[in-house]
Design a protein around this ligand. Structure first.
Ligand code: ASP
Ligand code: MG
Length: 440
């Protein structure tokens, strides 16, 4: 069994929904995970924000706009009146429910209930379209099997048991449709796997069933070797090891949700990134295989702050790093990069919400300097230390760029540079020219 996930743009219009239906009806049994139509989750966030600001009128306006958009979509989606009627009635129910919620007090749980409606709508619309075409399709509600535990992490054994039970109860279907993103929390209330979480849903399902393959369908042909918004002539990367893909996803390659591939990796299920606009293109395969001797790609992460702590107390002292890291832990602020010297260290964070408090506490240990508006550029590939030459080629490419920090040796797959955000484009271009365009 394969698991296929289609993102918001892939189901973003009636035409695109029809194309997805063409693509998935090849007679092979599969599970299809869908996002909300593109723009819908943002509108739902807007509705929740107005409710929070106690402005039900503005919330109702957004709901009305969204509802007339969906009426139009449905009018253009079905050939057959009875299917259109059925879905019109279903969507009217959803929008009436949303209107009812606008007068309630805002709570996190109300917000999650609102955000869940986008995936419920898209999956019902596509299921009805497949039914109209005579496909043996079953809509299985994610809220019947996708669940998080008390720590907010996916409850893998619950997911596995319930999903398998549901499939066993409904064995004779070609296509099972389900919602990405939404789940129940450990108390049984509607929750979600964070924005962009549909990829995660697909990987959790693929891992639970030890699927043959998980396919993430978007509108670009796989992961590229550099950021196409800044560099011309980037190329799709055909294959990535799970760890390389995780680094790239984390450090800026927007195509994939950063934590989502972990379950697939543990279950050993390959993940393939494919393009709905060009379905026969090979895309990017992510699996356990490691192609030694190649640099695969470059990615950049913005919004980074570097914090330097210089302290003579660090010299020959034990426990200094622990004390520093503890401050970040208490403030629930993850650290990305770290470099040390005998008398100081610099580390980076990507969330400044507790910065002032952190700096205040760090001052107990030494002089503190902060650089904001920085950017991490990370080069991913076979970067085992025994390989000679790669580090020097990379640093040669960056000869003209002021580098604030270098992190190398933390894994076999990555070398990261901290630079000014204003130097990002020049850095990406220089690396591209040296690593991917020059003939070695
Ligand atoms: N619809 C959700 C979002 O926009 C989840 C997803 O698309 O992956 O974040
Ligand atoms: Mg996405």
């Amino acid at each position: 069994m394969k698991v296929l996930k289609f993102g918001g743009t892939s189901v973003g219009s009636p035409q695109r929904m029809k194309e997805v239906c063409d693509l998935i009806t090849d007679g092979q049994q599969k599970i299809v995970v869908l996002s909300a139509m593109s723009g819908t989750t943002n509108s739902l966030v807007e509705i929740a924000d107005y409710i929070k600001k106690k402005n039900p009128e503005a919330a109702n306006n957004v709901i009305n706009k969204l509802s007339s958009l969906y009426v139009q979509h449905v009018d253009n989606l079905y050939e057959d009146k009875s299917h259109a009627e059925k879905i019109h009635t279903y969507l009217q129910g959803i929008f009436a429910h949303l209107h009812n919620l606008t007068t309630e007090d805002h709570t996190p749980s109300l917000e999650k209930e609102i955000l869940a409606q986008g995936e419920l709508m898209s999956t019902n619309m596509v299921t009805a379209l497949l039914q109209e075409r005579g496909v043996k399709v079953k809509l299985i509600g994610a809220l019947h099997f996708m669940r998080t535990d008390a720590n907010g992490e996916p409850d893998q054994s619950y997911i596995k048991k319930h999903l398998k039970d549901i499939l066993a109860q409904h064995p004779d279907y070609d296509i099972y449709i389900t919602q990405g993103f939404i789940c129940l929390n450990h108390e049984g209330h509607t929750d979600n796997l964070q924005r962009g979480g549909s990829d995660y849903t697909a990987c959790l399902i693929g891992a639970a069933l030890v699927a043959q393959e998980i396919q993430i369908w978007t509108d670009i042909d796989g992961m590229h070797n550099n950021d196409p918004r800044f560099v011309q002539g980037t190329q799709p990367v055909r294959q990535l090891n799970f760890e390389e893909a995780a680094e790239l996803a984390y450090f800026g390659a927007k195509i994939l949700h950063p934590t989502c591939i972990q379950p697939a990796r543990y279950a050993g299920v390959p993940v393939r990134l494919l393009n709905t606009m060009d379905p026969s293109a090979p895309g990017t395969l992510i699996d356990n295989h490691m192609q030694w001797g190649t640099i695969k790609a470059v990615a950049a992460k913005d919004g980074i702050t570097a914090i330097k702590i210089v302290s003579s107390r660090m010299l020959l002292a034990t426990g200094f790093l622990r004390k520093v890291f503890e401050i970040f832990e208490v403030h629930k602020t993850p650290i990305d990069m770290v470099t040390t010297s005998e008398v100081g260290l610099t580390l980076t964070i990507d969330n400044n919400s507790r910065l002032a408090l952190i700096v205040e506490e760090l001052k107990k240990y030494g002089t503190v300097e902060v650089d904001t508006d920085m950017c991490i550029v990370c080069v991913v590939g076979d970067l085992r230390w025994e390989n000679v030459g790669y580090e020097s080629r990379i640093s040669e490419a960056l000869a003209q760029i002021p580098i604030r920090m270098i992190s190398y040796g933390g894994s076999d797959h990555n070398i990261s540079f901290l630079i000014r955000a204003t130097d990002k484009e020049a850095t990406l271009k220089a690396l591209s020219a040296k690593l991917f365009q020059a003939k070695a």
